[in-house]
Design a binder for this molecule. Structure first.
Ligand SMILES: Nc1nc2c(c(=O)[nH]1)N[C@H]1C(S)=C(S)[C@@H](COP(=O)(O)O)O[C@H]1N2
Ligand SMILES: [Mo]
Length: 201
């Protein structure tokens, strides 16, 4: 059973494999889904901070500093809980490994915080090892405001509500704490391959 699971996991996570999770349909356009208004924070006011589990700021980058960090091109499939999936999307961003890599922490959970007050929670392990980015480019262009520009979290292996738009920081937490959608009935983890849409799925 372990072998079967590992094989399946390796295949479905591969971008361009042409597989879509259960209950999803493909779209060619890029739907916009936002609870609340689009955020427009001027780049001079933008920063990205990491706060550790003791509440201490462990790292901070201004926009100019953030843009000097090593960036990667990322091609991934994305899956929204409202059932659209989009294959082979092209992003550019800084991996969370680069942002968190040197921080000493025993925290196992993260809350992503955004302009406008949106939050989402994830296990720290799901943001590491090349699984998550803070993305500022999409399709060879700057990421548009309506899709979360100047920068959004990109965590393609979980439902897209975990990919927080207008993200401004990560808070490391000892205890897991539900974010915006997770506290009103969306699944705490949100694995599209296990169809974890709502509480109890
Ligand atoms: N800040 C913020 N991030 C957010 C949301 C939001 O309402 N606010 N919606 C989430 C949901 S439910 C989805 S499906 C995706 C939608 O991203 P898109 O509008 O770029 O398609 O953003 C996620 N990130
Ligand atoms: Mo969504």
């Amino acid at each position: 059973m372990g072998i079967v699971n590992r094989g399946f996991k390796g295949r479905h996570r591969q971008a361009g494999a042409g597989l879509i999770p259960p209950g999803q349909y493909l779209v060619d356009d890029f739907p916009v889904l936002t609870a609340g208004p689009t955020q427009f924070t001027p780049l001079e006011e933008w920063d990205f901070t990491i706060v550790d589990e003791s509440g201490t700021q462990a790292a901070r980058w201004t926009w100019d500093q953030f843009r000097t960090l090593p960036a990667e091109d990322i091609t991934v499939d994305i899956h929204c809980v409202t059932k659209w999936s989009k294959l082979g999307t092209h992003w550019r961003g800084v991996s969370v490994d680069t942002l968190i890599g040197n921080i000493e922490t025993s925290a196992e959970y993260v809350v992503a915080v955004c302009d406008g007050g949106y939050t989402t929670n994830l296990p720290l392990a799901d943001l590491l090892d090349g699984q998550a980015w803070v993305a500022f480019g999409y399709g060879g262009e700057e990421l548009e405001s309506e899709h979360g520009g100047p920068a959004r979290l990109l965590v393609p292996h979980l439902y897209f509500w975990k990919s927080a738009k207008w993200v401004r920081g990560l808070q490391l937490r000892t205890e897991d704490e539900p974010g915006f959608w997770e506290s009103v009935g969306y699944h705490n983890y949100g694995d599209p391959w296990r169809e974890q849409r709502y509480w109890g799925d």
